[in-house]
Design a protein around this ligand. Structure first.
Ligand code: FE2
Length: 195
């Protein structure tokens, strides 16, 4: 992403404050509001209403100083707020790595899930504190908060992997994750909205 700068980083320690979900020293921070998730929720009318009704922060990402450069190993902590739009749980935009490389997520707090799609098959990994989710090369991925509190996870990924968000807009993620009573339900990605 263009707003990440490439700097030489020496051997270093990075302080992770689990309660605050922050990294220190801190690198770039990113905030995604509802308006940044255009075209991603199935119910577009509900999405427009949410944008008009305060355009809430859906998730934020704090990164360490390790740059997104080839052979580096950057880290970031993403926090997804609890909520749903048109019945669909709040989530990240999701992306594919243009340079197909793996990634790991570590659940920190809250209750979420890791949705993965390789263009044919879909996988879902329940993410609770202490769970390591593995994303193999070639699998697009999205995180979803399925709980009532913020869901945070640590990501560690190859710096040269890149982020292709358009892949998800074109091919989807195989399934959608719906709020159902107190639980979770899955449905087809490109199904017509019921309203
Ligand atoms: Fe990724």
């Amino acid at each position: 992403m263009s707003d990440y700068s490439v700097l030489p980083v020496p051997p270093m320690s990075i302080r992770f404050d689990q309660a605050a979900g922050t990294l220190s020293p801190a690198g770039p921070e990113l905030t995604r509001r509802m308006s940044d998730l255009e075209g991603l929720f199935l119910d577009q009318n509900a999405w427009r209403t949410a944008v008009a009704d305060g355009d809430p922060i859906v998730y934020s990402v704090v990164s360490s100083l390790v740059p997104e450069a080839d052979r580096e190993l950057p880290q970031s902590i993403t926090t997804i707020q609890p909520g749903s739009t048109g019945g669909e749980f709040w989530m990240t935009k999701g992306h594919q790595h243009p340079n197909h490389q793996g990634e790991i997520y570590l659940g920190i707090s809250g209750r979420g899930g890791l949705l993965m799609f390789d263009g044919t098959d879909t996988r879902w990994v329940d993410m609770t504190p202490g769970t390591i989710g593995y994303i193999p090369p070639g699998w697009a991925h999205r995180s979803v908060n399925v709980g009532g509190k913020p869901y945070s996870f640590l990501a560690v990924y190859p710096g040269g992997a890149g982020h292709d968000y358009g892949w998800v807009l074109e091919y989807g993620l195989g399934q959608r994750v719906w709020r159902q009573d107190d639980g979770v339900a899955f449905g087809g990605y490109f199904a017509e909205a019921s309203s």
